[in-house]
Write a protein that binds this ligand. Structure first.
Ligand SMILES: [Zn+2]
Ligand SMILES: [Zn+2]
Length: 235
């Protein structure tokens, strides 16, 4: 373990009441991010694409991509833009799993505002490959899904939808390359469990929505009902 990592861990343990984003004191002793920083998140407000949640500054119902694409999900629901404080929190979440509570809280607020909670059967995190999960120690989407499941009293299913192939990082690939990269990377172990069930899938960031689409396609092929995608940030 590097000295800086040990120092971070010690500081986090003894001084947890400091905002992880700006370093200022946090009034609420249980919180890890201050109110000012939470208020600075660039939440997505209308008008946005009714399918993929992409902000549409010029108005309209759908973005150009969604006008020409038929997705297997009903829609994407996102907390905010992948910028500023939200981006910072998502990046920090890769090392600091205690951020799960605040991030899951943001997801919960956004979900209840945008969806009929009664209609949800299962919450399913987008799986990481076994190798990635081992390297990181946890699946971030899984941690968020677990908290949401508890708060909403919904079942979280994280062992039936799995990643069977390691994919290269998506960010440096074109849309076509991303599609090839994702092909055959997901698998449903027991389709009977998902049959007719309405599912909310959880991921951290939606950029092209291709991971969400590939996940939805595989879940639908396994007989799932409606799929909604809940993400922290829309890039
Ligand atoms: Zn702050
Ligand atoms: Zn769209």
């Amino acid at each position: 373990m590097k000295i800086s990592t040990i120092k971070d861990a010690v500081l986090d343990f003894f001084f947890p009441n400091v905002c992880v984003s700006c370093g200022k004191d946090v009034d609420d002793k249980k919180s890890v991010v201050c109110r000012d920083c939470i208020d600075k998140i660039e939440y997505i407000k209308p008008p946005y694409c009714l399918t993929c949640f992409q902000p549409l500054p010029d108005g309209g119902a759908h973005c150009w991509q969604c006008r020409k694409t038929k997705y297997h999900f009903e829609k994407v629901i996102a907390v905010g833009r992948y910028t500023g404080i939200l981006r910072k929190l998502i990046l920090k979440f890769k090392e600091k799993d205690f951020l799960k509570t605040i991030l899951a809280g943001l997801l919960l607020d956004t979900l209840t505002k945008n969806m009929d909670i009664e209609s949800i059967d299962f919450i399913v995190p987008v799986p990481l490959s076994k190798r990635k999960e081992f390297e990181r120690g946890y699946n971030q989407s899984g941690l968020l899904a677990d908290i949401l499941g508890k708060k909403l009293n919904k079942m979280v299913v994280s062992d039936n939808f799995i990643r069977i192939r390691n994919t290269s990082p998506q960010f440096e690939l074109s849309r076509e390359q991303r599609l090839i990269n994702l092909k055959d990377s997901f698998f449903v172990r027991d389709p009977a469990e998902f049959k007719g069930k309405n599912i909310v899938i959880i991921d951290d960031i939606a950029t092209t929505c291709l991971t969400l689409e590939e996940s939805s396609k595989i879940l639908k092929k396994s007989g799932a009902g409606n799929i909604h995608c809940l993400v922290l940030a829309r890039d």
